[in-house]
Design a protein around this ligand. Structure first.
Ligand code: ADP
Ligand code: ASP
Ligand code: MG
Length: 466
């Protein structure tokens, strides 16, 4: 069997026209003799709106929360009716689900508390609705489709909102459920992002987690490829919303793609690459609005790139914590004490830089910062500052190229740099600046480093035709 996992993000299922395009892409793969397994996100913006409804319900705004739900109900009903001729049963099912969502929102507005567990239950409706509608639309287009509830096969621990997949259970359940369907010539359609713990309680894999679902399914089935269909031509040399000159990267390594995702390139969820790497399954990033474009191929050994960098990523909403103590001079065990505090608060650290008497660390801005700072205050003087951004340049051999740091900092010489790191990784160089300077920094770096890009790696023809 030539299995391919096809994941369609929110914009690829945002309205009837997008869903029809998606159906045509999947039908095209079937016509090529492939066996697709389709993973879909919630319709665009639905997850944000569900989270907003939950938040305001828990603040007591019952009317506001129900109004959001009512708008979502109309959007989903209208989409179903536009795509399926005989949509009565589907619309009834959507209505029933919205009735239970409304019950939950009313309950929240009475108890005025939103737990991570209830938040996951509420957001799970987004992928449940979209996957049902997409499955029905595919059937309408003549694709032999079967809907699969991902919560039966993607099993996680109970860390709601960022649950960890249980690989052994997934490796067992995914083939058991999907292989017979595939053998019968059916195309399974399932929601991404949502999962359940072993007790059957709904969990989610973290924002953007549908990519992760696709990778888990692809890994468990040893698929031939994992395709991530989105709203841009592939992985670009920078976020095209920030840098309109960004070029498509034709081919990139697993390590480079993982680094980009981890350092903020929203086009891929950071955990997506791991299951693919373990089984050496190529991942393709493709555009559902421009299906003819060959996208980006993420593989283990891409050809050598003559340009120094492949792409620039930015991670915003970070804070810098400066820890200064003269006591640190000539002592040992100090770093351990500092990291123990971050560990205690379960707060991951992105970047560290040290001098003899000070340590600067960067973390996602979060509500734990005041208590982390208070604990660190027991050891040393502590200051923290938010609204920072980490800019990360990724390329295959940065360390091997002399003078590179000078060129990078020359390109952004008008911008104040707070922290720099070019450590163990040979493929990344990153630095920290004010969030307000981030877009400008990306554009300046892009102009400096992508003047004359290697045509073997980048789609330079697109620039010529612009
Ligand atoms: P989906 O809903 O399909 O998962 P996302 O919004 O999560 O889509 O990711 C696609 C978006 O990622 C693009 O619209 C683009 O603005 C953004 N993006 C950020 N960095 C990059 C990059 N290096 N290459 C391509 N897209 C990027
Ligand atoms: N719908 C979820 C989100 O918006 C998951 C995803 O789209 O990947 O985060
Ligand atoms: Mg995404």
């Amino acid at each position: 069997m030539s299995l391919v996992v096809m994941k369609f993000g929110g914009t690829s299922v945002e309205d009837p026209a997008a869903i029809r395009r998606t159906a045509a892409i999947v039908a095209g793969r079937v016509a090529q003799g492939k066996q697709p397994i389709v993973v879909v996100s919630a319709m665009a913006k639905v997850t944000d709106q569900l989270l907003r409804a939950a938040a305001i319900a828990a603040e007591g705004d019952r009317t506001g929360a129900l109004a959001i739900s009512s708008r979502l109900r109309s959007r989903h009903r209208d989409t179903a009716a536009a795509l399926v001729a005989d949509s009565g049963a589907l619309v009834d099912r959507i209505d029933l689900k919205f009735d239970s969502l409304d019950e939950i929102l009313r309950g929240l507005s009475a108890i005025l508390e939103l737990t991570p567990r209830v938040s996951d239950l509420i957001v799970s409706f987004g992928e449940l609705f979209s996957s049902r509608i997409v499955a029905a639309a595919f059937r309408e287009q003549g694709i032999n489709t079967v809907h699969v509830d991902s919560r039966q096969i993607i099993i996680t621990d109970s860390q709601f909102q960022k649950a960890i997949p249980q690989d052994d259970l997934i490796e067992e359940r995914v083939p058991k459920k999907l292989l017979p369907l595939l053998a019968a010539g059916q195309v399974p359609v399932m929601g991404g992002f949502i999962a359940s713990n072993q007790a059957g309680i709904s969990t989610t894999l973290g924002r953007g987690g549908s990519d992760f679902t696709a990778a888990l399914i692809g890994g468990a089935l040893r698929a031939e490829a994992i395709e991530i269909w989105t709203d841009v031509d592939g992985i670009m040399t920078a976020d095209p919303r920030v840098c309109p000159d960004a070029l498509r990267v034709k081919v990139i390594s697993f390590e480079e793609a993982a680094e980009l995702a981890y350092f903020g390139a929203k086009v891929l969820h950071p955990a997506t690459i791991l299951p693919a790497v373990k089984k050496n399954i190529p991942v393709l990033v493709l555009n559902s609005r421009n299906a003819a474009c060959e996208g980006t191929r993420i593989i283990s050994l891409p050809p050598h790139c003559k340009s120094p960098f492949k792409s620039i990523a930015v991670k915003k909403k970070l804070s810098i914590i400066d820890v200064v103590a003269s006591r640190m001079l000539m002592t040992h065990g100090y770093m351990k004490d500092i990291f123990d505090i971050f560990d205690k608060h379960e707060c991951p650290v992105d970047m560290v830089s040290t001098s003899e008497v000070s340590v600067s660390l960067t973390v996602d801005s979060n509500e734990k910062l005041p208590s982390i700072a208070a604990d660190l205050g027991q050891l040393a003087d502590v200051k923290y500052e938010g609204k920072k951004a980490l800019v990360c340049l990724v390329g295959d051999d940065i360390r091997g190229q002399s003078g590179m740091a000078a060129q990078v900092f020359n390109a952004i010489r008008h911008i104040n740099v707070r922290m720099i790191s070019q450590g163990a990784s040979e493929i990344n160089m990153s630095f920290m600046i004010d969030e307000d300077d981030a877009d400008e920094a990306v554009r300046s770096l892009h102009a400096a480093f992508f003047q004359d890009p290697d045509p073997a790696i980048f789609d330079v023809d697109a620039r010529k035709t612009k």
